[in-house]
Design a protein around this ligand. Structure first.
Ligand SMILES: Nc1ncnc2c1ncn2[C@@H]1O[C@H](COP(=O)(O)OP(=O)(O)OP(=O)(O)O)[C@@H](O)[C@H]1O
Ligand code: SF4
Ligand SMILES: [Mg+2]
Length: 336
């Protein structure tokens, strides 16, 4: 973590209530006292099964949804305490890339016109000539320099995504939350987008990339956060990924299942994903460890009682590596 602290979440709680008054309202704790830090210039990947709370966490970080507890600070400002004016001002620093980002392109405008529109809004310091130069620079950066005068309808799926990214970069954000940036793309286009995200790394730009795709994560992220049932259960620096990278039994299981530890060709990496159809939480938060009901290790170590009744805190195993598991206190060779 080389850069300065950019954002900090502490004890964030987000609960959804769904259903009807007649049938009863089920409560889902989408975020269950989540803590994490983001540093300037880093790319952090958020991974975890469907329904684990990844998108909700991304939205909370940009104050796109409310929270019931905890706080989120962005450059020291308490985001949920900001007044309307200050929040509007702050929002210029954030961008969220949704899965259907390409749909946000205006069908009747050329790429150049859309870029100019974004720059007009976010870069009042630039005159027309300055906007023109910046447009060309950003389009060259995403490999669309020769497509500036085309409309979205005549661009390929990958080119549309790249145009969407160029538009986002035009706003000069400090933080981009990219929610499943490669989902729905075929393998070749996916590789282009991965390369592009890698090339767009910038000391002034921080990314939180939400993904089921472990191949993507491995290629672009500096750090991985693993979520399960509304909690962050493990944090690992990507540089350390190797046969013993993960210590949490749940993460180990997923990594093995996804063959994450094999150096696979990304074109063949269909298996290197979490199962997006895995069951979502849909239940109240457990008191103890979220994995206690399925954890064979807890039974083997004879600590199931403790695991079911007490919540394991995220504790540091090494610099940048934190795990929420009581067994992490046990020597590593036993945690298999
Ligand atoms: N608007 C909503 N109303 C009710 N429940 C919601 C809402 N949004 C999310 N949830 C619930 O909160 C939990 C976390 O959802 P979230 O979308 O953050 O998961 P996710 O990890 O992004 O999943 P996926 O990988 O499928 O996108 C899920 O149980 C989901 O059903
Ligand atoms: S805290 Fe206990 S139940 Fe949870 S993963 Fe660790 S050993 Fe298993
Ligand atoms: Mg999601």
């Amino acid at each position: 973590m080389s850069g300065a602290l950019l954002a900090q979440a502490r004890g964030v709680v987000k609960t959804f209530r769904a259903g009807s008054l007649l049938r009863g309202r089920a409560e889902t704790r989408a975020l269950d006292a989540v803590d994490f830090d983001l540093y300037r210039g880093e790319v952090v990947a958020l991974i975890g099964e469907s329904g684990s709370g990844k998108t909700t966490l991304g939205k909370v970080l940009l104050r796109l949804t409310s929270i019931e507890g905890g706080s989120v600070r962005f450059e020291g400002d308490d985001l949920f305490a900001l007044g309307r004016g200050a929040l509007r001002h702050r929002r210029r620093d954030f961008q969220m890339v949704f899965q259907n980002q390409a749909a946000n392109l205006h069908p009747a405008m050329t790429v150049r016109e859309m870029m100019d529109e974004s720059l007009r809004l976010h870069r009042p310091d630039l005159d027309a000539a300055g906007r023109g130069r910046r447009t060309q620079e950003l389009l060259d950066r995403v490999g669309l320099g020769a497509r500036a005068d085309q409309r979205p309808g005549s661009l390929s799926g990958g080119e549309r995504r790249r145009a969407g990214l160029a538009r986002i970069l035009a706003t000069r954000p400090k933080l981009v939350v990219a929610d499943e940036p490669t989902s729905g793309l075929d393998a070749a286009i996916k590789l282009q987008i991965i390369d592009l995200l890698r090339n767009l790394k910038d000391p002034e730009l921080t990314y939180l990339v939400i993904s089921h795709d472990l191949g993507l994560v491995r290629r672009i992220a500096d750090r991985v956060l693993v979520m399960l049932k509304g909690r962050i259960i493990e944090e690992v620096p990507v540089a350390e990924l190797g046969s013993s990278a993960f210590h949490h039994p749940y993460t180990q299981k997923l990594a093995r299942a996804a063959e994450f530890l094999e150096d696979r060709d990304p074109l063949q990496a269909k298996a290197s994903t979490f199962d997006p159809d895995a069951p979502s939480t849909g239940a109240a938060a457990p008191v103890g460890c979220v994995f206690a009901a399925d954890c064979q290790l807890a039974a083997r170590l004879g600590i199931l009682e403790r695991c079911s009744t007490r919540r394991p805190a995220l504790v540091a195993l090494a610099p940048g590596h934190r795990v929420a598991c009581f067994a992490a206190e046990t020597p590593v060779e036993d945690v298999r």
